[in-house]
Ligand binder design. Structure first.
Ligand code: ADP
Length: 514
């Protein structure tokens, strides 16, 4: 058997063994199953089509599957709920892999006093929200803009949300992981049997492994510890509109120090008018197909939604008296600046629930932006990280917008403010049924990656199709980081069965594929 090929006969035997181990009802090999576990936003979803899927119910099932995969050299692609839209959904890098669908594992263990939870991978944001609400626990989630997915999968892919707990990977505290050869480990304080500190103290003793399992292919996470935000007494905020594209420059310079100083504790995000237009309307409402969105259209969109060229929402969380002082401080920072409009928002305990992601309520309606074009829609996200500086934001906007124009695509961008950096998240929307647009989307994406790399900016996360491209840009000392990752990969996964190619990390047997 060649080292890297998925042998059809081995696959058949592996599927038989999977069925014997976890029950045939939990093994999916029909053509419609393969299609269901493909990337629903891909122009050609056969490029990363899996051979099928297996759905374990317990950690022992996961171990049994891993052992079978090792025996038959079958690559597994773990997913929690597989809703990673824009990054590949449930689909694997290597075509023909078997998707390890963990969505049946749905246990939730909450420590209400300490505000921590252990979730199994199948727990969705809606599940955890319902669980907390039905018990009236004073804890809030942080949810991503599309909250259809899982708490664990999103944190492991370094997803982000809107509250002070919005850096999801940073709130992980303790994992249970099945290693690629089947051993179960617990990280941090969980490495000590029955430790009461597993979800309370992140580092543990010695090297800290939680982050090693984020965006990696070193293990299958079967339990994920996470900190939850105690329900705040109040949430105050500002919704700020900016009239001109150039306003992004000075406005970033107002927000960046407030983030650095910890005065603003969540990540405010500047988004352009496309954010509202793409979710609430379709392109055909505004212009004819093939015509660019000119100034007239942009003005009409802005008028319909009463928004600026950029919109920014800032929220502060905590005791009311502290929040009021914080809000005044933030307002003062904008004093004398040419904002188009600034509205305050206010919620205090006892008010009707906000029901928005700012209060950790899951939503999925932003997925509607896939309908922007008339055909079957999709998007791919280009998300470089930059220093949090206004001049760099303005330059990034100008260069990126010019490239969108050159490739005849609609500019859709946000700048999400971190504590020291900002992430320029671009959702490149496209029509999967328009072959020319699909080609332009790919061209734009590759050009944007090169453009960012020329300035030393790397992506924070990427689609399965572009993992090698992006990993290639991390090139210090002849890609020393990749060598380190792959040394580790070979040690942990000698038969290269777990998610080969994830984040550009290939096992020895498949490295020539790069
Ligand atoms: P969600 O459904 O929450 O959006 P996905 O299940 O699509 O998340 O997974 C997002 C990414 O994280 C994928 O690259 C996937 O391979 C990885 N991933 C998800 N769950 C696990 C897990 N339990 N263990 C290891 N990697 C995982």
């Amino acid at each position: 058997m060649s080292a890297h090929k998925i042998e059809p006969a081995a696959l058949v035997r592996a599927f038989k063994a999977f069925a014997a181990a976890i029950g045939k009802d939990n093994v999916f090999t029909a053509a419609e199953d393969q299609a269901a576990y493909s990337d629903h936003y891909a122009a050609d979803d056969t490029l990363h089509r899996p051979s099928g899927a297996v759905a374990p119910g317990t950690v022992e099932d996961v171990q049994a599957i891993v052992r079978i995969a090792n025996e038959f050299r079958i690559p597994l692609w773990p997913i929690s709920r597989g809703k990673n839209f824009g990054y590949g959904g449930p689909a694997p890098v290597v075509k023909g892999s078997v998707v390890l669908d963990l969505s049946r594992m749905k246990k939730i263990e909450i420590d209400a006093e300490n505000g921590t939870v252990i979730v199994e991978p199948g727990v969705g944001f809606f599940d955890l929200h319902d669980f907390i609400q039905s018990r009236k626990l004073p804890l809030w989630l942080s949810v991503p803009g599309n909250s259809w997915g899982s708490v664990a999968g999103n944190a492991l892919d370094r997803g982000v949300g809107y509250t002070p707990y919005g850096d999801h990977a940073a709130r992980i505290c303790g994992l249970e992981v099945v290693l690629p050869e089947g051993e179960v480990v617990r990280t941090g304080m969980g490495a000590m049997k029955d430790s009461p500190n597993w979800q309370l103290y992140k580092p543990g003793f010695g090297p800290s492994w939680d982050t090693m399992f984020c965006q990696s292919n070193f293990g299958i996470v079967t339990k994920l510890g996470l900190w939850l935000m105690p329900e705040p007494e109040s949430v105050l905020g500002l919704n700020i509109e900016f009239d001109k594209p150039e306003d992004i420059g000075w406005a970033v310079d107002v927000v960046a120090p407030l983030r650095r100083e910890g005065i603003i504790q969540q990540s405010p995000s500047f988004g352009n008018w496309m954010r509202a237009a793409a979710v609430m309307t379709r392109r055909e409402q505004w212009t004819t197909p093939g015509k660019p969105l000119d100034e007239g259209v942009i003005t009409a969109i802005r008028r319909q939604f009463d928004i600026g060229w950029w919109s920014l929402s800032v929220r502060t969380y905590g005791p009311l008296d502290i929040n009021e002082a914080t809000l005044r401080h933030i307002q003062k920072a904008f004093n004398g600046k040419p904002v188009l409009s600034m509205k305050t928002t206010r919620w205090a305990k006892g008010d009707a629930p906000m029901g928005t992601p700012e209060s950790g309520t899951p939503i999925s309606f932003p997925l509607a932006n896939a309908n922007w074009y008339t055909g079957r829609g999709g998007h791919v996200s280009f998300s470089p990280v930059l220093p949090a500086r206004g001049d760099l934001a303005l330059a990034q906007f100008r260069r990126t917008k010019a490239l969108y124009d050159q490739f005849k695509m609609d500019y859709h961008a946000s700048f999400s403010m971190g504590e020291r950096s900002m992430t320029n998240i671009n959702q490149v929307l496209f029509d999967r049924d328009d072959a020319d647009m699909v080609k332009r989307t790919d061209g734009l994406f590759r050009t944007l990656v090169d453009d960012a790399k020329a300035r030393g900016y790397g992506e924070y996360r990427t689609h399965i199709e572009y993992m090698d491209l992006v990993a290639d840009t991390f090139d210090f000392n002849g890609h020393a980081l990749r060598r380190l990752n792959e040394k580790l990969k070979d040690a942990l996964d000698p038969r290269g069965i777990l998610a080969p190619g994830k984040s550009g990390i290939w096992p020895a047997s498949r490295r020539e594929k790069r």
